[in-house]
Write a protein that binds this ligand. Structure first.
Ligand SMILES: O=C([S-])c1cc(C(=O)S)c[n+]([C@@H]2O[C@H](COP(=O)(O)O)[C@@H](O)[C@H]2O)c1
Ligand code: NI
Length: 437
């Protein structure tokens, strides 16, 4: 599947994103067909070439064919989306965008989300823009979306409900936790445009590394001489660019909380519990907090799918009132575990490698500690001995990788090895622990 990155640095509106996707090659008939499936015979979508500050762009024209949309409440539009004959991915994405929009409007106007009324003309426009964008993404084979910083604008805007400040209230509600700036005067981001970004883009990021395959330029209504009023969409296949070849970019989430009032004796158990619950890593950094209070920053790195459970655990196990969350790109070296004999026991050596060459060599510390305990030796001495044996076996940085298909070589940390009886065994940490993350 391909990735689409949305450049909203000059602002964003639903019709601008739709035009950009049509310009990037989305089939206009597919878009019209999807819109017709939701509001039959009600809107005609077309596109024409225009210039914006001297740049060629496509402008989407969304022309209502009826006076009043059949459904204007979120409840009604939701029902139509659910019952319309749409590809599941198009339906899911459209529902996600409208849910965001309805929730933002509900918050701003203080009404239940189901009762939110999309204003008279805007409802048909919004349906065409949102369903059109989702159908175009599907047609272009877009699996993932991200977007950069969004220009919101400044000043005031006239609406059916009178004059509103810019950014409009629904836009500021939708833009929470996203990188934004004013970027100029006038309404540069509309609620529908911002909802499309927030519901469909997985993260806010600068242009990610990709092999670029298509670019689309969508025009806004006004032509401003000093700033092209456009949204661009860049489409390509994602690449772990900037990362060493052979290593894998892993999407990760960093959860953080500053805590100044937890009994310090609880921290070791908190960290252990988070690791046992699936964190890739968890650590504490001493800080001096507001009001000069000594405190700690708790940091928990995890796969995105584990963030919700770990966030809940942080709230349960610590005294924090808030958890920050940010997406992170993580580069993980591929690794193998090679067993070496140390006395009567076997210790797995973790070998990080890149393009067939060894980069990191480290005995698994839990096995070292268990062996040291069993033999009454210092952990330091066993660690040095295991490393010396690994070195003698050719496991040194810069050396070629041992045969990864040898039966004893695994790519998962093996269970504790080598003649240790069960009671001797130290508890195995949830992931291989040395080297972090
Ligand atoms: O009419 C209402 S209630 C209204 C509310 C808001 C809020 O931010 S709340 C914004 N607007 C303006 O409507 C147009 C159309 O927006 P689309 O997202 O449908 O393109 C835009 O100018 C909004 O600022 C209206
Ligand atoms: Ni509103």
């Amino acid at each position: 599947m391909r990735h689409a990155w949305i450049d909203a640095s000059a602002g964003v509106a639903g019709d601008m994103v739709l035009a950009a996707l049509l310009d990037a090659g989305a089939n206009a008939d597919v878009v019209q067909g999807a819109v017709d499936a939701v509001v039959p015979g009600s809107v005609h979508v077309s596109a024409r070439a225009v210039t914006r500050a001297g740049l060629r762009a496509l402008r989407a024209d969304v022309k209502p064919l009826i006076d009043s949309p059949p459904q204007r409440t979120w409840r009604g539009i939701r029902e139509r989306l659910i019952t319309a004959e749409l590809p599941p991915a198009v339906r899911d994405r459209a529902l996600a965008v409208f849910t965001r929009l309805a929730e933002a409007e509900a918050t701003v106007h203080g009404v239940p989300a189901g009762d939110v009324h999309f204003h008279e003309v805007g409802a048909l426009d919004s349906i065409a823009d949102v369903v059109g964008v989702c159908a175009a993404l599907d047609d272009l084979g877009i699996g993932t979306v991200s977007a950069g910083e969004v220009a919101l604008g400044a000043g005031r805007v006239r609406t059916a409900h009178g004059e509103l400040p810019v950014p409009a209230p629904a836009v500021t509600e939708l833009a929470r936790d996203w990188r934004v700036r004013a970027g100029g005067t006038g309404e540069l981001a509309t609620p529908t445009g911002m909802a499309i970004i927030r519901a469909l883009a997985e993260r806010c990021e600068n242009l990610p590394p990709m092999t670029l395959q298509a670019t689309g330029v969508g025009a806004g209504g006004r032509d401003t001489p000093d700033r092209p009023n456009i949204v661009r969409v860049l489409i390509g296949t994602p690449q772990p660019g900037g990362l060493a070849p052979g290593s894998a970019a892993v999407d990760a989430v960093l959860l953080e909380a500053n805590v100044d009032d937890l009994d310090p004796r609880l921290w070791p158990g908190v960290l252990e519990g988070l690791l046992a619950a699936g964190a890739s890593d968890a650590w504490l950094v001493p800080i001096l907090m507001k009001k000069g209070r000594p405190a700690h920053t708790l940091s928990v790195l995890c796969e995105p799918g584990r963030a919700a459970a770990l966030r809940a655990r942080i709230f349960r196990d610590t005294s924090t009132l808030g958890v920050r969350e940010s997406p992170r790109a993580k580069t993980a070296l591929p690794r193998l575990f090679v067993p070496v004999r140390v006395g009567d026991a076997t210790v797995p050596i973790k070998v990080g490698h890149l393009e067939g060459v060894i980069v990191q060599v480290m005995p698994e510390f839990a096995d070292v500690a268990a062996l040291a305990g069993r033999e009454g030796r210092s952990e330091r001495a066993v660690l040095q001995e295991a490393l010396a044996i690994a070195t003698a076996a050719g496991l040194v940085p810069g050396a070629p990788l041992p045969d990864p298909v040898a039966p004893s070589v695994t790519d998962e940390p093996p269970g504790l090895m080598g003649g240790m009886s069960a009671p001797d065994r130290a508890p195995r940490p949830p992931s291989d622990e040395s080297g972090g993350e």
